[in-house]
Design a protein around this ligand. Structure first.
Ligand SMILES: CC(C)(COP(=O)(O)OP(=O)(O)OC[C@H]1O[C@@H](n2cnc3c(N)ncnc32)[C@H](O)[C@@H]1OP(=O)(O)O)[C@@H](O)C(=O)NCCC(=O)NCCSC(=O)CC(=O)CCCCCCCCCCCCC(=O)O
Ligand SMILES: NC(=O)C1=CN([C@@H]2O[C@H](COP(=O)(O)OP(=O)(O)OC[C@H]3O[C@@H](n4cnc5c(N)ncnc54)[C@H](O)[C@@H]3O)[C@@H](O)[C@H]2O)C=CC1
Length: 711
C-alpha cells in the first residue's frame, strides 16, 4: 500500500509500503493512484513527494505477481498520470530505485537521492525490458548512448553516477528537504523531450546489437532492449511506447522470462539452506572469521587467498614448493590489486603473509586446503593441520570431489570439517559449494556459508558424494561428449551445438581451458586409468572412453600446453583452432577399436549431453545430496556457465517436459545399454507418473516420497 500525510506547510508525502523492498504490488499501485488523487484534490497541497518506507524507495515491479493474473491499476497509465499532473511531484530516493521503481521516479518531475542510493533498470536480467516507459523516458533524459549501456546490461550504479548524467536534481547525504513548487513543469515531463542521439546513431545501434548478441547468445531480452531504444531514437514518444509494449508482451510470455525470474528466486532460495539433520540457516550460528590460512598456492589456492583478502580477512598463505611459493608471492599481490581495482576498492584491506611452514597457521580460525587432488596427500595435510592448529579451528578442503568424511576422520574434531569447493578462477567465479558430511556441525556449515556470502559468492550447501553436485553431474555430460567423438563427431561439432544452446563454451573448449590433466588426475585416483590399467573401452563394468587419457598422454593438456582438443598460438594461448592432429588421432582410434564413424545430428548431441547431466541431477535429488532443484540450478548457472535464460538444468527439464526427457533417455539407454548414466532415474519416473508437477513443487514431492519410502 501507500500512505498519505501532509508535511507542515503545503507538501503531501506519499510513502510506499511493501516490505522488504516496497515492490510495486497491486496494492502499492492502487495506493499510489489513490494518494496522488488525494493530493491533487487538496487545495492546500502545492507539491507532492513520493518516498519508500524503511529507507528503500522501490525495488521495482513485484516479481512474485508475474506468475499470476495482472490485478490492480497498470503501471504505465499510473506513471503517465503522475507525469501529467500540474502540481510538481518529486521522487525522494533512498536505498534502491530499481526497475519499475526507477521508472516511477522518471515519471516524477524531480528526482533527489541519497548519496548511497542504488539506481538501475535490471529488467533485462529478468528476461524483460523497462516496460513502464523506462525504455522511452530514460534515453530522453540521459541520451541514447548512456541509456543503451544501462538498459542492455541492467547495471546498477550509485547516485553520483546518475547525478553526472543529470538524472538527479539533488544527490546528498540527507534528503529531508525538497523545494520544487512554483516552477513550470513543461520541461520536466520527460515524455515531451526529444531523445539526444549521437551523430552516428545507426552505427551505435548496430554495434550494440552485435555486442549484445555475442554477450548473451540466444537471449531475447537484450535484443528487445536495443529494439526499444531504436524506437526511442526514431519515433515520437507515443509510438515508442507502443513498440515498448509489443516487445514487453513478447518477452513476458516467453519461456526465457520465466527462466530468468526463476533464477532470481533460486539464488535467494539457496541462501536459506537446510540439512537433512534439521540444521538450517535460521537455527545455526555462524562464526565471524578474521584470520584464515590457505594451504597450496597453485591455480586455486592463489584465487582463494585473493577472495579472502578482499573481504578484509588476514591470510597466511602456505606452499611447500620453493618455486611455487616465490611465484605466488609475486603474483598474488598483483592479482589482489587488480581485483580490488575492478571492484573499485581503494586499497586491498586484508593482509597476506607467505610461508613454507605449516606451523605458521597455528593462530588462524579457519584453514582452506588446496593441495593436489590426491587423497593420501590431503590426509597427510589434515593430520598435520589438526596437530598444529588451535582446538576449534575449522578445517576446510577445496577438493573437487573427494570424500570429506575421510578427511574429517583423521582430525580431532570431525564436526569442524567441511568442503569449501571454489571454482576457477576462485576470486572471480560466483559459486561456492559448501560440502557437509554426516559429522559436519551446523556451526561449521553456517560459518562456511556465511564466509562465502561475505566473499560475494552464491553459496550452496551440498552433500558429500563423489564429485558433490556440480562435478557429479558433469561426469555423464563429459562422458557423452567423449562417446560422441568415438561414434563420429568432432570436438567442434559438439561444441557448436552446446554453444548454440547458450553455453559460453562447449565442453571441449571448456576442458582445454580448465586443463585436461585435472580430470586425468581424478580418473587415475579412481583407478580408471594409469599404469597397469588395460586400454579397453570397458572399465569397472561400464562403457569407458580412453580418448581423453590418450590426449593427455600425448602431452596435450589444453591451453596451458598450447594443444588439447584444439590448437592454440602457444602455451597459454586463448584462441581455439581446429587441429588436424585431433582428426587423424580420432580416425586412428576408431580404426583400432573397429568403430565406424556416423553422421550425428545436432539434436542427438544436445539430448545425450544435456539429458545425461539432467538425469544425474534427478539422482542427486533422490539421494538428498541437494536440498531442491533450485540448488542444482544455482550451481549450474553460477559455476558451469549454464545459460541463465534456460534457468538451470532442472528448470530446463521442466520446460522441455519431464515426459519427453524420460522418453528420450529411455531411447538413448536402449541404444547404449552399457551406459548406466542414461538409465532414467527413479525420481524422474515418479514425477512423470504423478503428472509432471512444476519444478517449484518437486522439493515438497521428494520429501513426501521419502517419508513414504518411495525413493
Ligand atoms: C532490491 C535488491 C537490490 C535488494 O537486495 P538485498 O538487500 O540483497 O535483498 P534480497 O535478498 O535480494 O531481497 C530481499 C527480499 O526481497 C525480495 N525481492 C527483491 N526485489 C523484489 C521484487 N522486485 N519483487 C518481489 N520481491 C522482491 C527477494 O526475493 C527477497 O525475498 P526472499 O526471496 O523471500 O528472501 C534485490 O532484491 C534486487 O535486485 N531485486 C530485484 C530488483 C529488480 O530486478 N527489479 C525490477 C523488477 S521488474 C520491473 O520492475 C518490471 C518493469 O518495470 C516492467 C513493467 C512491468 C509491467 C508488468 C507486466 C505487464 C505485462 C504485460 C504483458 C503481458 C500481457 C499479456 O500477456 O497479454
Ligand atoms: N583447477 C581447478 O579448476 C580446480 C581445482 N580444484 C581443486 O583444488 C585443489 C588444488 O587444485 P589446483 O590449484 O588446480 O592444483 P595445482 O596443482 O595448481 O596446485 C596445488 C599446489 O599445492 C601445492 N602443494 C602440494 N602439497 C602441498 C603441501 N603439503 N603443503 C602446501 N602446498 C602443497 C603444490 O606445490 C601446488 O602449488 C585440488 O584439490 C583440485 O581438485 C577445485 C576446483 C577447481
Amino acid at each position: 500500500m501507500a500512505t498519505y500525510s501532509r508535511l507542515p506547510g503545503s507538501v503531501a508525502l506519499i510513502t510506499l509500503q511493501n516490505p522488504p523492498v516496497n515492490a510495486l504490488s497491486a496494492a502499492v499501485r492502487q495506493g499510489i493512484v489513490d494518494t496522488v488523487q488525494r493530493a491533487l484534490k487538496d487545495p492546500k497541497v502545492t507539491s507532492v513527494v513520493i518516498c519508500g518506507q524503511n529507507g528503500k524507495f522501490c525495488g521495482g515491479a513485484d516479481i512474485r505477481e508475474f506468475a499470476g493474473p495482472m490485478l490492480g491499476p497498470p503501471l504505465v497509465p499510473m506513471i503517465h498520470a503522475i507525469e501529467a499532473v500540474d502540481k510538481p511531484v518529486a521522487a525522494a530516493i533512498e536505498g534502491v530505485a530499481l526497475g519499475g521503481g526507477l521508472e516511477l521516479a522518471l515519471g516524477c518531475h524531480y528526482r533527489i537521492a541519497h548519496s548511497k542510493a542504488l539506481l538501475g533498470l535490471p529488467e533485462v536480467t529478468l528476461g524483460l525490458l523497462p516496460g513502464a516507459g523506462g525504455s522511452q523516458r530514460l534515453p530522453r533524459l540521459i541520451g541514447l548512448t548512456a541509456a543503451l549501456d544501462l538498459i542492455t546490461t541492467g547495471r546498477q550504479h550509485d547516485s553520483s553516477f546518475f547525478s553526472s548524467l543529470h538524472l538527479l536534481c539533488v544527490c546528498s547525504q540527507s534528503i529531508s528537504s525538497v523545494c520544487v513548487s512554483g516552477q513550470s513543469l513543461d520541461s520536466r515531463r520527460l515524455s515531451t523531450l526529444p531523445c539526444p542521439c549521437p551523430p552516428d546513431v545507426d552505427s551505435l545501434l548496430d554495434k550494440t546489437m552485435v555486442k549484445v548478441r555475442q554477450r548473451s547468445r540466444g537471449a531475447l531480452a537484450p535484443v528487445a532492449c536495443v529494439q526499444a531504444l531504436m524506437a526511442a531514437a526514431s519515433l515520437p514518444y507515443t509510438q515508442g511506447m507502443e513498440k515498448e509494449r509489443d516487445l514487453l508482451t513478447t518477452l513476458f510470455n516467453s519461456g526465457q522470462a520465466r527462466a530468468l525470474q526463476y533464477a532470481f528466486f533460486s539464488q535467494r532460495v539457496v541462501g536459506k539452506w537446510s540439512l537433512p539433520s534439521g540444521a538450517s540457516w535460521d537455527n545455526s550460528a555462524a562464526r565471524t572469521i578474521s584470520k584464515a590460512a590457505v594451504i597450496g598456492l597453485g591455480t586455486m589456492g592463489r584465487g582463494i587467498v585473493v577472495a579472502l583478502a578482499l573481504t578484509g580477512i588476514s591470510v597466511v598463505a602456505v606452499e611447500t614448493q620453493e618455486k611455487q611459493l616465490a611465484e605466488a608471492s609475486q603474483v598474488v599481490p598483483a592479482m589482489l590489486q587488480r581485483e580490488a581495482g575492478r571492484r573499485s576498492l581503494a586499497t586491498p584491506p586484508g593482509v597476506i603473509s607467505f610461508s613454507s611452514n605449516l606451523q605458521d597457521v597455528c593462530e588462524v580460525e579457519l584453514v582452506i586446503e588446496a593441495v593436489f587432488e590426491d587423497m593420501s596427500l590431503k590426509l597427510q595435510v589434515f593430520r598435520h593441520l589438526t596437530s598444529v592448529c588451535r582446538p576449534g579451528t575449522l578445517l576446510c578442503s577445496n577438493t573437487s570431489g573427494l570424500d570429506i568424511d575421510r578427511l574429517a576422520a583423521v582430525t580431532q574434531s570431525p564436526g569442524l570439517v567441511v568442503g569449501m569447493h571454489f571454482f576457477a578462477p576462485a576470486h572471480v567465479m560466483k559459486l561456492l559449494e559448501v560440502v557437509y558430511g554426516p559429522r559436519s556441525s551446523p556451526e561449521a556449515v553456517a560459518t562456511a556459508m556465511q564466509l562465502g556470502k561475505r566473499m560475494g559468492k552464491v553459496s550452496v550447501a551440498v552433500g558429500n558424494c563423489p564429485g558433490f553436485v556440480g562435478n557429479r553431474m558433469l561426469k555423464p555430460y563429459l562422458e557423452q561428449a567423449n562417446f560422441l567423438l568415438e561414434e563420429g563427431a568432432t570436438p567442434q561439432q559438439v561444441d557448436e551445438v552446446l554453444e548454440e544452446f547458450g553455453f559460453p563454451m562447449g565442453v571441449f573448449r571448456m576442458s582445454d581451458l580448465s586443463g585436461l590433466d585435472v580430470g586425468w588426475r581424478i580418473r587415475k585416483e579412481a583407478g580408471l586409468t594409469g599404469p597397469g590399467v588395460e586400454s579397453t573401452r570397458t572399465r569397472q563394468g561400464r562403457r569407458y572412453s580412453p580418448l581423453p587419457d590418450q590426449v593427455c598422454e600425448a602431452g596435450r593438456l589444453g591451453q596451458k600446453t598450447g594443444r588439447g582438443w584444439y590448437q592454440y598460438d602457444g602455451p597459454g594461448g586463448r584462441v581455439a583452432r581446429s587441429d588436424h592432429w585431433v582428426n587423424i588421432f580420432l580416425e586412428a582410434y576408431r580404426a583400432e577399436h573397429g568403430l565406424v564413424a556416423r553422421s550425428i545430428a545436432p539434436e542427438e548431441i544436445l539430448e545425450r549431453c544435456l539429458y545425461a547431466l539432467i538425469n544425474e541431477g534427478f539422482n542427486i535429488l533422490q539421494d538428498a545430496m541437494a536440498a531442491g532443484p533450485e540448488d542444482i540450478d544455482a550451481i549450474y548457472v553460477f559455476g558451469y556457465g549454464w545459460p541463465r535464460h534456460h534457468g538451470g538444468p532442472m528448470f530446463h527439464a521442466g520446460q522441455v517436459g519431464l515426459g519427453r526427457i524420460l522418453e528420450r533417455l529411455q531411447h538413448h539407454h536402449h541404444n547404449h545399454p552399457d551406459v548406466p548414466h542414461l538409465k532414467p532415474s527413479t525420481l524422474l519416473r515418479r514425477l512423470v507418473a504423478v503428472g509432471s508437477p512444476p519444478v517449484q513443487k518437486w522439493r515438497e514431492f521428494i520429501n513426501k516420497e521419502r517419508v513414504h519410502s518411495q525413493l
